[in-house]
Write a protein that binds this ligand. Structure first.
Ligand code: ATP
Ligand code: MG
Length: 493
């Protein structure tokens, strides 16, 4: 059957069923907790499948980020089967089954062509945890989770179990709560390669839309009419870019063609969801490629117009080099299983716009903390017109920039306190990147590296030596200016 001729919620025909002996996915590759959930659902008399990205990844030999379950059981039935279960979501009710930190998301089959679990801005609390963002401030993180939770349950609007579907004038789905069969569920998936099902009953794969072929051909093809699918949920344009970057898949021509005309629709997507997508694009190990794909597809200019504007005006310049080098470091940290933070990401992304604001000041103010913070605030304000930047990360960005002058002009009395500051390490990493692209002096970086490596007595000595050196040059600690003034370097050059 040809999905292109069947746009919309019409039920799919019979799937191609691939028996266990004829596909490579074994239970050993599936998370034990996901298997527990699948078995329990089956024992409860329900159909239970793994679905989506995890199967695509297993077919490719990539380790899945998470395992999503689709079932014929209604959310309340799922809740009754699991003690460790919470129902979330306002537009769509989903079950989260908890095993310590591991969460298995269980979605009931849905009838209409609609966005999925995770696309409701109120029901994606785990992306921050996934990328380790909570490191920045666990307390704030917990509070924001609670706020999302309240929102998810709070307003009593459209939270009924009966099917209803509301579109806005542009065809975007605002609300959808129709449960259905697996034959209907498949139509609301985005790309064919994400629409494979694994049946726990007999370990077979169910393929309604040529998913296996697409995965083998590394092809991204929207199910149904591409234009309609992008209009329903413009975030699918970002998902396309993300899968291109993450998996090296290619969009097929019909899914690529409407992008140019439709990308502005992203401006109508809730800013909080665009924040989540930003993290998935840049903090999951393929940030350098995501940047390339987003720019090639004209999507960066819609998400972050000022960032694209700056990069466009300074092609190949120091800021672009800094951004790419920073993203490459971030990718390497993710691959190594180390933590990464949105603070550092937004520092990199907004470096250009912030530098542009600083340069609007007279050159003698470029090194002043006040001018730097004003520039940060202006750039953050502009960016948050499209994409939410939670306050704790915005404050982090300000700290990173405010610390740069202190790192560039170390003073005896301050340095020992400075390296104990929680943000020191990140600010130092920024200095390192800046030196790498010629925006700061290499010797400074070496000096701070040596200071960090030194024992307490040596540190004391190094701090005092700073003052002695300044004294020899005739610069007092009390705000005396260096005698030989260096020409001010442009912040963004
Ligand atoms: P990854 O986990 O690697 O980010 P994924 O494909 O698993 O990729 P998820 O966001 O985890 O993506 O979503 C799970 C599945 O839900 C997808 O494979 C897809 O079938 C479906 N899906 C998710 N978001 C959408 C959407 N916006 N529109 C349609 N289907 C979606
Ligand atoms: Mg997934």
């Amino acid at each position: 059957m040809n999905p292109d001729s069947e746009a919309g919620p019409a039920p799919a025909g019979a799937p191609r069923i691939i028996p266990r002996a004829e596909h490579p996915i074994s239970r050993q590759q599936i998370s034990a907790n996901a298997l527990r959930v699948l078995y329990r659902l089956r024992e409860g008399g329900h159909q239970a499948f793994l679905v989506g990205g995890c199967l695509r990844d297993l077919m490719l030999g990539v380790e899945p980020k998470d395992f999503d379950v689709a079932t014929s059981a209604r959310p309340e039935e799922v809740k009754r089967l699991f003690r460790n279960c919470r129902l979330i979501g306002r537009r769509f009710r989903l079950a989260h089954v908890f095993f310590g930190h591991d969460i298995i998301e269980v979605a009931t089959f849905r009838a209409a062509s609609a966005p999925l679990p995770g696309t409701d801005e109120a029901d994606d609390p785990d992306i921050l945890l996934e990328v380790g963002a909570s490191e920045d401030d666990p307390q704030a993180e917990a509070e924001s989770d609670e706020a999302r939770e309240r929102e998810a349950h709070g307003d009593g609007n459209g939270d009924s179990d009966e099917g209803d579907r509301v579109l806005d004038e542009g065809g975007r789905i605002l609300r959808d709560n129709t449960y259905g069969s697996i034959e209907e569920d498949v139509w609301r998936r985005d790309f064919a390669c994400n629409a494979l099902y694994y049946n726990i009953e007999d370990f077979s794969l169910w393929d309604f839309v040529g998913a296996v072929e697409d995965i083998q051909a590394r092809r991204l093809r929207l199910i149904g009419d591409p234009e309609q699918r992008y209009r329903e949920d413009p975030v699918r344009m970002l998902r396309a870019a993300r899968f291109e970057a993450k998996l090296g898949f290619r969009l097929d021509a019909p899914s690529e063609a409407p992008l140019e005309g439709l990308r502005e629709l992203l401006t109508g997507v809730p800013a909080a969801r665009l924040f989540d997508e930003t993290l998935k694009l840049f903090l999951t190990g393929h940030g350098v490629t995501s940047l390339e794909v987003l720019r090639r597809r004209g999507l960066l200019g819609v998400l972050y117009p000022e960032v694209e504007g700056f990069l466009g005006r300074h092609p190949g310049g120091a800021v672009e080099q800094l951004l790419r080098a920073g993203l490459a470091n971030t990718d390497a940290r993710v691959q190594a299983g180390k933590s990464v933070t949105p603070t550092f990401l937004f520092t990199l992304l907004l470096y250009g716009p912030i530098a542009a604001h600083i340069e609007q000041q007279p050159p003698e103010r470029w090194g002043e903390v006040g001018a730097i913070l004003d520039a940060c605030d202006a750039a953050l304000r502009e960016a948050t017109r499209r994409v939410t930047i939670p306050k704790r990360f915005a404050l982090g960005v300000r700290d990173m920039f405010a610390l740069q002058p202190q790192l560039e002009h170390p003073r005896s009395r301050r340095v020992l306190r400075l390296i104990e500051q929680p943000r020191f390490r990140a600010a130092f990493d920024l200095l390192l990147l800046r030196a790498q692209v010629g925006m700061a002096q290499r010797e400074l970086v070496d000096w701070w590296s040596a200071l960090q490596a030194a024992d307490p007595a040596q540190r004391q000595e190094m701090a005092l030596a700073l003052e002695a050196a300044r004294g020899q040059r005739g610069e007092g600690e009390g705000g005396g200016r260096p005698r030989r003034r260096r020409r001010r370097r442009r912040p963004g050059a």
